[in-house]
Design a protein around this ligand. Structure first.
Ligand code: BTN
Length: 326
């Protein structure tokens, strides 16, 4: 299903040549009135997209903008049995799969939105989600396992997302993962993962896997984000078509999920070692209201963080928020 407002999509496509287009010619190409054009342009501007309007010349889209495109994404998915929904605006793509009416019926479900009004991060943080800039994507994956067997799920998702971004954007081995699942370039966060699990009555579990990736966001957005952050555009200086990134990330993530369901976390430990940002670093962890300091020493086979304490003993943590101590 493609729920994009079609006129909005077509106008942006038309304006994407860095030239002025007047209302009359846009209207006749799209077969809508000038007032209709004006309404759509206003909507786009309200979403924070800069469209210059000059009397006698028309409208100019000031920076490139390629919107999400159902056909482009769907045609590049390896798994053909995915129910894909692309939407213009939602509170949170994770919430999309919580509504009763939407059931995957055993299929994998994917929802991607151009913007989120209540994007959620871990630890009750907000995830800044402006229109058309980044990837806000949720995957609904059902499986017949006990919740207790799922520790490590968030780690393998971050590995899959990290690997896919690196290979799609030629960032070979530039990114790391800050346990449990922040994808970072040096100290700056480029992507985050929020997993919500629901147990069904029939023995199935639904994992709603929310993935947020900063793609085309630039310095102008600094004020809205409190953590240190970066984006693919900031790292490489390029504008990215999010469509090919979305299908790549979905393909990789589903491959990792299938592998995890079959072989468990053990199968990924070698990869984790390679990406472990905290390894050997002096860190501080806030976990369940406690503050613990130690040296990051990898993960155990349940995916818990191992900390070496000053006295030489080790302790493990199943959840928490980590910071590096200078
Ligand atoms: C974090 O690092 O704190 C997790 C961020 C997760 C953000 C994504 S964007 C798509 C999905 N919908 C949400 O509301 N959150 C996740």
């Amino acid at each position: 299903m493609h729920k994009h407002n079609n006129n909005l999509f077509k106008i942006i496509e038309l304006l994407n040549d860095n030239r002025y287009h007047d209302g009359t010619s846009i209207g006749s190409t799209l077969d809508i009135t000038r007032a209709g054009v004006w309404k759509s342009i206003q909507k786009i501007q309200k979403y924070g997209i800069n469209i210059k309007s000059v009397k006698g010349k028309g409208y100019l889209l000031e920076a490139p903008l390629i919107l999400l495109d159902y056909c482009k994404i769907k045609s590049s998915l390896k798994e053909k049995n995915i129910k894909l929904d692309i939407i213009e605006k939602i509170d949170s793509t994770n919430n999309y799969f919580k509504k009763d009416a939407i059931r995957s019926n055993g299929k994998v479900g994917v929802c991607i939105s151009e913007m989120q009004t209540e994007g959620k991060g871990r630890m009750s943080r907000k995830w800044y989600s402006p229109f058309g800039k980044n990837i806000y994507l949720s995957i609904l994956y059902s499986f017949q396992k006990d919740i207790s067997e799922l520790s490590g799920l968030s780690l393998i998702i971050s590995l899959g997302v990290c690997r896919s971004i690196e290979s799609l954007c030629q960032l070979n081995n530039k990114l790391s993962i800050k346990w449990p699942n922040d994808i970072v370039f040096e100290q700056q966060k480029i992507a985050g993962i929020l997993i919500e699990i629901q147990a069904e009555s029939n023995g199935f579990c639904n994992a709603i896997i929310g993935i947020g990736i900063n793609v085309n966001m630039d310095e102008a957005h600094n004020k809205q984000i409190s953590q240190k952050w970066t984006s693919l555009q900031k790292l490489t200086g390029q504008y990215y078509d999010r469509n090919f990134l979305c299908s790549g990330v979905i393909n990789h993530t589903i491959e990792y999920l299938d592998r995890f369901m079959q072989f468990g976390l053990d199968n990924f430990i070698g990869e984790w070692v390679n990406k472990d940002y905290l390894f050997g670093k002096q860190i501080k962890v806030i976990s369940g209201g406690n503050r613990i300091s130690g040296v990051g020493s990898g993960i155990n086979n349940s995916g818990h963080l191992i900390l070496k304490m000053p006295e030489g003993t080790t302790t493990t943590l199943s959840s928490g928020d980590t910071t590096i101590v200078k």
